[in-house]
Design a protein around this ligand. Structure first.
Ligand code: E4P
Length: 217
């Protein structure tokens, strides 16, 4: 499973990138707001740092304006992935922009039928939002499983990008179901390394090591 980082925090991306944990980056208007940076400037900086796709989201609501915004965002760098919302106009923009050879991430997906439409419109990635479904007591992971089954039934090549990931269990479950990509905040990716028994075991080993009176260096 590929890891995308869901942030515009360049320092956090750089830290994970050094470890080979970054296969791409996703942003959205809220993430840009949080960064306090200019969208074109910060996106360019991220694109220069990361080899994989960097999603930058359009904000227009009608297809023609989305297409114009998408083309402008695509000028930032070769690895830009244009993010459009899963609306009828978003699908129209997806079709046109993907036909031009751009990478498209269709976002704000909350149903399997929406995912089916995005695949037919030429999306490179579909972004089902797990956490936001869980927030309203629906099962985000069931949606990932449904999309996986539908895409596999028909051989769609659109990649399932599990989004709105809130915790390490979301990462594990998305991997078990076979999501192609998971995008998560840096804190969730780092939390995957933690286990209480790792900490406890290490503490015990270090206590015993001290008793040996030895040194490695
Ligand atoms: C993904 O592309 C989205 O930007 C993101 O995962 C949304 O996450 P949230 O529901 O935590 O805002």
């Amino acid at each position: 499973m590929k890891f995308f980082v869901d942030t515009a925090d360049v320092a956090a991306i750089a830290e994970l990138n050094e470890l080979g944990m970054v296969d791409g980056v996703t942003t959205n208007p809220s993430i840009i707001l949080k960064s306090g940076r200019d969208i074109l400037e910060v996106t360019k900086e991220i694109c220069d740092m990361v080899d994989g796709p960097v999603s930058a989201e359009v904000v227009a609501l009608d297809a023609d304006s989305m297409i114009a915004e998408g083309r402008k965002l695509a000028e930032i760098a070769e690895n830009i992935c244009i993010k459009v919302p899963l609306t009828w106009d978003g699908l129209k923009a997806c079709k046109v922009l993907s036909s031009e050879g751009h990478k498209l991430n269709v976002t704000l997906c909350f149903s399997a039928n929406q995912a089916l439409l995005a695949a037919k419109a030429g999306a490179t990635f579909i972004s089902p939002f797990i956490g936001r479904l869980d927030d309203i007591n629906l099962d985000g992971m069931e949606l990932i499983a449904d999309i996986r089954a539908i895409y596999d039934n028909y051989g769609f090549t659109t990649e399932i990008l599990a989004a709105s990931i809130r915790n390490v269990n979301h990462m594990k479950d998305a991997a078990l179901i076979g999501a192609d990509v998971a995008t998560a905040p840096p804190s969730v990716i780092k939390a995957m390394a933690s286990h209480v028994l790792t900490d406890k075991g290490l503490e015990a080993f270090l206590k015993d090591w001290e008793k040996t009176g030895q040194k490695i260096l």
